[in-house]
Design a binder for this molecule. Structure first.
Ligand SMILES: Nc1ncnc2c1ncn2[C@@H]1O[C@H](COP(=O)(O)OP(=O)(O)OP(=O)(O)O)[C@@H](O)[C@H]1O
Length: 244
């Protein structure tokens, strides 16, 4: 039911506590929006979930094997200038489970072609990453995640610098992955995207985390800005909302 759980987690950066007493479970097959102001600790929590940051106290319980955990950072954080084609990038999705040095076999290539077709990038298979638009690059990065057969997927603002048509394709891919049981955590700042995608919301503020129903956030925003759903998220007082 919940392969990823947080137990009284305390995380620090540079000797300073960033988050404490963080509890909760991320349901299998659900999409959780991770929200909070700049510096609230979203990246810190993601690092801990990916096993890259040791908790000061408490623990992350994750039953998903490491090779099935995928992390898609913000596009700007990625160096995509190295000479690699779209197809080559997608095939690297096999590395965590298959190894980087073994080469690929027929079924790998077939699956890679299916994934490119699903993402509408078959015609870009041999194009270098450096020659792609933001949207095309993001489709290719999602392709690598599909190739990896991720069971836990963390994404940081996956729709930033991406065209509207690509947003639609990628949202459908995420929904599809969730339907197949993948646990998805996505950092979002856009209310409309949250409304469309999130089954659950974890709000980080003041060093704590609170689980909020998406509709509670939507009610808050509809009162503030009924005609402007694309406003960036603001953070309501959710002190009435129970922690998980
Ligand atoms: N390597 C580091 N060393 C020291 N402090 C750090 C380090 N990384 C992050 N911090 C601090 O930890 C706090 C949480 O940062 P974090 O990057 O997790 O926030 P965030 O919610 O992801 O912010 P943003 O939305 O700006 O990416 C901030 O106060 C930040 O300055």
């Amino acid at each position: 039911m919940a392969r990823l759980q947080l137990h009284d987690l305390q995380l620090a950066r540079g000797g300073q506590t960033v988050l404490e007493h963080l509890d909760g479970r991320f349901m299998d097959g659900a999409i959780t929006a991770l929200i909070g102001a700049n510096g609230a600790g979203k990246s810190t929590l993601i690092s801990a979930i990916m096993g890259m940051l040791e908790p000061v106290a408490g623990r992350v319980e994750c039953a998903v094997p490491r090779e099935r955990r995928a992390w898609l950072p913000q596009q700007l954080a990625l160096d995509l200038t190295f000479p690699m084609s779209v197809e080559e990038l997608i095939m690297t999705g096999t590395w965590p489970s298959h190894g980087a040095l073994k080469g690929y076999c027929g079924p790998h290539y077939r699956r890679g072609r299916e994934i490119m077709a699903k993402l509408g990038i078959s015609h870009l298979a041999h194009r270098p990453l450096g020659a792609l638009s933001g949207g095309q690059r993001q489709r290719a990065l999602f392709g690598r995640t599909l190739m990896q057969e991720a069971e836990l997927l963390l994404l940081d603002e996956p729709f930033a610098n991406v065209d509207i048509e690509t947003v639609e394709v990628l949202m459908e891919v995420l929904r599809d992955m969730a339907r197949q049981g993948t646990t998805i955590i996505v950092v979002l700042h856009d209310m409309e995207q949250l409304a469309r995608l999130a089954d659950d919301v974890l709000l980080l503020a003041g060093g704590h985390g609170r689980w909020v129903r998406p509709d509670a956030l939507l009610d808050h925003h509809s009162g503030l800005a009924p005609r402007a759903p694309r406003l960036p998220l603001t953070f309501p007082d959710v002190s009435h909302a129970g922690t998980a």
